[in-house]
Design a protein around this ligand. Sequence first.
Ligand SMILES: [Zn+2]
Length: 272
Amino acid sequence: MKVTFYGTRGSIPTPGENTVKYGGNTACVLIVADNKKLILDAGTGIKKLGEELISNNDPVTIILSHNHWDHIQGFPFFVPAYQKNRQINIYSAPTNPVEHNAIIEQMNMSTFPLSFKDLSADIKIIPFKNKFENMIINGFSISSIHINHPNGGFAYKICHNNKAVAYVTDNEVYSKDNLNTDFTEWIDFLRDVDFLIHDAQYTDLEMPLKLGWGHSSIDQAVKLAKAAKVKVLVLYSHAPERTDTELDKIIKDMQFKELQIIASQEGITHNI
Ligand SMILES: [Zn+2]
């Protein structure tokens, strides 16, 4: 599998001189295997990905972790949605309240100049209801689990050819207010994963002021990755305030024999 980051930032897009290296776009990841593509989330990073996809007319598969704006706000700018004869399947996670159409409803309010009806593509919303194991979607075997996050949502494990990538964004590992999956269940779900993309929005110093916000500290993500014996941990959903210099230092200071740690970086592709 090839994993490319199009958006790595949590909460709000953060362009500017301090985020040039790791990127300022919100959540979007592309996974490719055997010429099949899977798009995870539709934050502002999906705009650039959409521009790359218009050269062909292949069906598009998008899987959403949840409906918070930083995970859907790029979709109205996703050019394939405006292409005739383009099939777009959007798999939507259960949230509280349940709003599987939120990604298109955002275009039906006074918040956007065009309406969903103006999109020419054949767009289908496919709701995920309960958590599932080994569902085949577009050639990938996918399992889901509930995230610890306000309004809920799903994390995913994506397997292909004996390799596993996990996408666990917007997850507070030790949540008190939104505990849907406890530490032991996370270990079971993530055991031996090759490439774990995990929320690591805060530092341990920042964490006490952010309890209940649905994100983890970098050290908490590391602790989980070690316990689950994953091979590579990718820090994801960087705080809007986190500068390139700070991330460089965090990565430099965190090197372990048993676990490789990297920071997700916009435009970078990893071979798994
Ligand atoms: Zn969120």
